[in-house]
Ligand binder design. Structure first.
Ligand SMILES: *Cc1c(COP(=O)(O)O)cnc(C)c1O
Length: 361
């Protein structure tokens, strides 16, 4: 078997142990005589899978009892619409922070249904920093306050949750959920597409506080109403069964590794090594100037010339270090190093960077 180190921003690497377990169980899941892929979502074994997935996530994220956990479809991008449709209520106003491409898309969708106040933006510098937040820009009547905790494309992270009083904070955590410990109580709603740190594409996790359910706008489609999925335990229609099963295996994997706290320690070590290699090199440059704003999940970096970047990407791929091309809006390279990227992958990339630096001066 030959596995490469895949630095894709998403869909991204999954833990090898999870893939191997899934392979072992592929044809006959737990003596059921069938694959999870073939199983009714209303069957006993699948009900056990989705229930275990939920209780494991509750355990590893320490989710309080007054929050519901939903397994939905449509990606994080559908949440850009579901959030305003469900949370706007009568005021139809919300505060957003504009920190990147995904925040921009979230704002665009929300604008269809109401008035959006952009509290702060880092657009002036191509989103390479987290903007300071001035409370005087908050709308006290806002139905919610939306943030993106990790900006996948630009490699910035926002660790401080704004103090918004009674206004619930809604967070897109697609690219850093389960990477570090967070206090769920600080949020009204957390959402994440699975394909970065949870599992395969196809399932989207929503963690929502009880009091925010049941006030959807009249026009909200049934499938876009959180209440629909709360009342049916995410089984209103056929959910993405296999993606939920893999997510369950990933949650087990995290638990067996000692939980999010242990994973976070490793993630910080991984990021420190990679940032260190880039910073001490003579050729490579980071695109996020402020160390406090640097993501430990997505690390963009550049070389002085485009030709050299092409050479780097090509030679790295030949060494089994793939999908390192940066997003078109930043250019250069980006290494996405989610939970499932092993330390060995970081070491291999660091070694490659050091060699490339020496050989191309
Ligand atoms: C990937 C990503 C999205 C989009 O997710 P989809 O599941 O493809 O809709 C949204 N927000 C962030 C922060 C992301 O990283």
């Amino acid at each position: 078997m030959s596995r490469i180190y895949n630095f894709s921003a998403g869909p991204a690497m999954l833990p090898l142990e999870v893939l191997e377990q899934a392979a072992n169980e592929m044809v006959d899941y737990s003596g059921s005589g069938m694959s999870v892929l073939e199983m009714s979502h209303r069957s006993k074994p699948f009900e056990a899978i989705i229930n275990q997935a939920e209780s494991l996530l509750r355990e590893i994220m320490n989710i309080p009892a007054n929050y519901k956990v939903l397994f939905l479809q449509g990606g994080a991008s559908s949440q850009f619409s579901m959030i305003p449709l469900n949370l706007f209520g009568k005021v139809r106003k919300a505060d957003y922070i504009l920190t990147g491409e995904w925040a921009k898309k979230a704002i665009q969708e929300a604008k269809r249904y109401g008035e959006i106040n952009i509290v702060a933006s880092s657009k002036d510098k191509n989103f390479n920093y987290i903007p300071p937040i001035d409370k005087s820009n908050f709308d006290s009547e806002a139905a919610y306050f939306h943030i993106t905790t990790n900006n996948t494309i630009y490699g910035t992270v926002m660790r401080d949750v704004p103090e918004t009083g009674d206004v619930p904070v809604v967070a897109d955590m697609s690219s850093n959920i389960l990477s570090e410990e967070i206090d769920v109580k600080k949020f009204g709603l957390i959402y994440a597409g699975a394909q970065k740190n949870i599992g395969p594409a196809g399932v989207t996790i929503v963690i929502i506080r009880d009091d925010l359910i049941g006030n959807a706008l009249e026009i909200t489609p049934t499938m876009f109403n959180y209440q629909t999925h709360v009342e049916t335990n995410s089984l209103y229609n056929t959910p993405p069964t296999y993606a939920i099963y893999i997510a369950k295996l990933v949650f087990e994997w995290i638990k067996n590794k000692g939980g999010v706290k242990s994973i976070a320690k490793i993630n910080n070590e991984k990021a420190k090594m990679l940032y260190g290699a880039i910073e001490t090199s003579s050729l490579f440059k980071l695109t996020v100037p402020n160390p406090a704003h640097r993501s430990i999940m997505n690390i963009p970096f550049v070389l002085p010339e485009k030709d050299l970047e092409e050479k780097f990407i090509k030679e790295a791929a030949a060494c089994g270090l793939t999908t390192l091309r940066g997003h078109r809006s930043v250019g250069g390279m980006r290494a996405s190093i989610y939970n499932a990227m092993p330390m060995e992958g970081i070491k291999a990339l660091v070694e490659f960077i050091n060699e490339f630096d020496k050989n191309n001066k």
